[in-house]
Design a protein around this ligand. Structure first.
Ligand code: ATR
Length: 273
């Protein structure tokens, strides 16, 4: 396996650590690195790496949507989500695009909160960007009876909601909607180290509502800390990152790897640096 993560920037990516850990653990011959491709250079950059023998790609920001046009085959789920985060190139050079982010989200919830039932109540999604697409799909796939999107820019919420056949509300109404939610997911980058905080008050949440964040730096975001203090179960963003990588590794090697304590510990150490 010769694989890499492509994006811009990719220097901070944790994907090499994850996949190289699994290569070693499952004794699969190969290597995984990180290759920066500038926006606007995707076509040439991808072709160059394929020529160099790379057959597996993790795709990250800002290429997840643009790469769709460069694939020979896009699987149905990735088409539905409108984004690709994993590519496999076969022997004939045929490029296949997949999406494993939605699986990363639902699996991370199943791991961190096994007793949580997606079908038990409405889901409130904060944000309507690229990450929200996979999460809305994941929620629908897991059987959420209703999904409501709240986004700072209303037009984007409307557009995404229309695409997935779900509801949307004004950003100003998110606190009200939170009162009826079974699960709240922050899909925005707000709350990430160096970004503005997420403006969201957990006080209206039902005690049995689950609160998830896709932000993993810091690992315990202000949202998760305040939700836990309010008595809610929480799911950290690191789980999504780890679990989305599993089906990608499986597609490239045939081995579905496990998220171990050792791997999680390695990532936490790296995040501290
Ligand atoms: P990604 O692909 O990581 O989801 P994106 O497509 O740029 O990134 O989307 C970022 C999302 O985070 C958007 O929904 C954005 O809201 P706008 O559409 O109004 O821009 C949301 N977002 C970013 N910073 C935010 C903040 N401080 N408060 C609330 N929402 C924020």
């Amino acid at each position: 396996m010769k694989a890499t993560v492509i994006g811009c920037p990719v220097g901070h990516s944790l994907s090499p650590l994850i996949h190289n850990y699994w290569l070693k653990k499952y004794q699969v011959e190969g290597r995984y690195d990180a290759q920066e491709i500038q926006p606007g250079q995707l076509k040439e950059g991808l072709a160059r790496l394929i020529e160099q023998g790379y057959t597996g790609f993790s795709v990250t920001i800002p290429h997840k949507q643009a790469v769709m046009d460069l694939c020979d085959v896009v699987d149905d789920t990735a088409k539905r989500i409108g984004a690709i985060n994993c590519i496999a190139v076969d022997r004939d050079g045929r490029i296949e695009g997949l999406n494993t982010d939605w699986f990363g989200f639902t699996e991370s919830v199943r791991e961190a909160a096994p007793e949580f039932d997606f079908t038990s109540g409405p889901a409130l999604v904060l944000g309507a960007g690229g990450a929200a697409r996979a999460i809305v799909y994941g929620l629908q796939h897991a059987g959420a009876p209703k999904t409501i999107i709240a986004n700072r820019t209303l037009d984007k919420a409307r557009e995404l909601a229309g695409e997935f056949g779900v509801e949307y509300i004004d950003w100003a109404d998110r606190q009200k909607a939170a009162a009826g939610a079974g699960v709240v997911v922050n899909t925005t980058a707000a709350g990430m180290t160096g970004k503005p905080p997420l403006e969201f008050d957990v006080k209206n949440l039902k005690k049995d509502a689950l609160v998830c964040d896709i932000v993993y730096s810091p690992l315990r975001t202000a949202l998760l800390e305040s939700a836990a203090a309010h008595g809610n179960m929480t799911v950290e963003g690191l789980g999504m990152l780890l679990h989305q990588a599993r089906p990608a590794f499986e597609r490239w090697t045939g081995v579905l790897p496990a998220v171990t304590d050792e791997l999680r510990h390695m990532l936490l150490e790296k995040l501290k640096k």
